[in-house]
Design a protein around this ligand. Structure first.
Ligand code: GLP
Length: 256
């Protein structure tokens, strides 16, 4: 995995947006995997800017989000569908029918999960998957202990994750206990992965993911096995890394 340490959150966001824009420019019908949480917000702002300035066209882009809370309707302001509409989709020229977020309200959640996998497969697979990292090393809602080969399914959220996310709800009681999440195996099939980590609260999880052993107890550590994963951290999140890492991706020069 390639690790890039940027000076601050703005620079991290700009690089992440460039990575996504690069894939879409090369393949206008690209399939992009998207994440929620506070970390990708700056990336989404940058993508919106590029689209408004007509430097990026989402007209044929297809997206799949990582996860959704069980029990929250798309109109709930903490549902991930609502988050994506508000923070990205409503501001770019993407066709809403090309945006996919798991259904946390399905009567048969297991069937919904199988269908989500099928839709990803039918779309040709994910070209680039954007990821954040939980304070406990989770990716999407794959909590520590999740099978490294897991597929889209329902997961029980840990107390730590519910507490971390409680800041967005009126009270802890309102934080859902379950979520539908792409599996680690599903995520690992993306052709390229960009994991973002910002702030001191992510420093321990990031060090475990990048420099610790590959273990289900730190789901993000599986990215060490991915052939094209890039980790973009700001200085605060990178504070506990021991290796020396560059500020820019080491792009292979094009063949003459
Ligand atoms: C949530 C999401 C993850 C996200 C993580 C970190 O639980 N399911 O996809 O990466 O939290 O969120 P934040 O970026 O707000 O720290």
């Amino acid at each position: 995995m390639e690790v890039i340490v940027k000076e601050d959150y703005d620079q991290l966001s700009r690089l992440a947006a460039e990575e996504i824009a690069d894939v879409i420019k090369r393949k206008p019908q690209a399939v992009i995997g998207l994440a929620t949480g506070s970390t990708p917000l700056g990336t989404y702002k940058e993508l919106i800017r590029l689209c408004r300035e007509k430097r990026l066209d989402f007209g044929r882009v297809v997206t799949f989000n990582l996860d959704e809370y069980v029990g929250l309707p798309p109109t709930h302001d903490q549902s991930y569908r609502y988050f994506m509409n508000e923070n990205l989709f409503n501001h770019i020229n993407i066709r809403k029918e090309n945006t996919h977020v798991p259904d946390g309200l399905a009567d048969d959640l297991a069937a919904g999960c199988r269908d989500y996998e099928e839709q990803i497969r039918k779309s040709g697979g994910i070209d680039l998957q954007l990821l954040g990292i939980g304070g406990n090393g989770h990716i999407a809602f794959n909590e520590p202990g999740s099978s490294l080969g897991s597929r889209t399914r329902v997961k029980t959220l840990t107390e730590k994750t519910r507490k971390d996310n409680a800041r967005f709800f009126k009270s802890m009681d309102e934080v859902p206990q379950y979520a539908v999440t792409m599996g680690i195996g599903t995520i690992m099939e993306a052709r390229r992965i960009v994991l973002l980590a910002s702030g001191a609260s992510k420093a321990d999880a990031l060090a475990a993911a990048v420099e610790g052993p590959v273990t289900a107890m730190c789901p993000a550590s599986i990215l060490q096995m991915h052939p094209a994963a890039i980790v973009v951290a700001d200085k605060a999140a990178a504070a506990k890394l021991k290796g020396a890492y560059p500020f820019e991706p080491q792009r292979v020069p094009p063949k003459k």
